[in-house]
Design a protein around this ligand. Structure first.
Ligand SMILES: NC(=O)c1ccc[n+]([C@@H]2O[C@H](COP(=O)([O-])OP(=O)(O)OC[C@H]3O[C@@H](n4cnc5c(N)ncnc54)[C@H](OP(=O)(O)O)[C@@H]3O)[C@@H](O)[C@H]2O)c1
Length: 235
């Protein structure tokens, strides 16, 4: 089994790597990092230094592999060092918006384009991206977080559309948008104050839940938007 995990140096990404290595001892895991390689090695794990927003780097990663069974994209951002998600219209900033869309939405497009031919060779291909419940349009009651919400809603639309193309081209595959729940990582760290302790998950727990969902997904589930507990989220 060949598993590619993008954004594998992040809180959820690294936990996903460790979970698949434990659950599938014969799998080879190809994991990408962006800035710093994590200090975690395993004989079945290969690290690749990749900026997943750059098409030539995504293409080069694909060219190093002959076939892929699962692709899991864990890349994402909510804030930078000096900018947080917008509370209101006054906080909107064009450069921040473009940065968030580039990191949260574009990578899945590039990965789908360059990895669908490799995934097609698998007997049970899976293309899973970590999305977020706040990308749901019909579930939006609080407002705010304009860039993040828009980037995840666009990501969701892309994944749904990809699942329709896969019905023709990769009929035995499944495309999934997954919500991890609020997870204790650098991404959520500044926003954890009002989260009840039982609703703040460890990356390890989230990885167990999400890998379990990816494993049990079938082609009939393709195009689903699922929370960590398997519940169906509204678009
Ligand atoms: N944590 C939560 O509560 C929560 C809730 C809902 C959804 N999510 C989603 O879960 C996913 C994982 O988030 P996380 O909580 O694990 O956050 P995280 O710890 O901040 O990890 C995000 C990862 O994305 C990588 N990344 C950013 N820009 C990149 C680029 N241009 N190329 C390659 N990699 C890049 C980061 O690498 P560098 O740091 O090296 O740039 C980092 O490893 C995200 O899509 C997030 O939106 C998280």
């Amino acid at each position: 089994m060949e598993i590619v995990i993008a954004g594998a140096a992040g809180g959820i990404g690294l936990a996903m790597v460790q979970e698949v290595i434990e659950r599938f001892p014969h799998a080879n895991v190809h994991a990408t990092y962006h800035k710093q390689p994590p200090n975690w090695q395993h004989p079945n794990l290969i690290w690749y230094h990749t900026d997943i927003t750059q098409e030539e780097q995504v293409m080069a990663l694909g060219e190093q592999l002959e076939h892929v069974d699962w692709l899991i994209n864990c890349v994402g951002m909510l804030h930078t060092e000096d900018k947080g998600p917008e509370k209101n219209l006054n906080a909107l900033d064009a450069a921040f918006f473009q940065h968030v869309i580039t990191v949260n939405t574009l990578p899945s497009l590039l990965l789908a384009k360059h990895f669908t031919p490799l995934l097609k060779r698998s007997v049970a291909p899976r293309f899973a991206t970590i999305s977020a419940r706040v990308g749901s349009i019909s579930d939006n009651r609080l407002g705010g977080w304009y860039s993040y919400r828009a980037s995840k809603a666009a990501l969701n639309m892309f994944l749904k559309t990809l699942s329709i193309e896969w019905q023709r081209r990769v009929r035995h595959g499944a495309v999934l948008a997954l919500h991890p729940g609020t997870t204790d990582t650098p991404l959520s760290a500044p926003f954890q104050a009002n989260v009840r302790p039982e609703k703040l998950f460890t990356p390890e727990r989230v990885a167990r839940d999400l890998v379990g969902l990816i494993e049990q997904a079938s082609p009939e589930d393709s195009g689903a938007f699922w929370a960590y507990d398997g519940s169906v989220l509204p678009w």
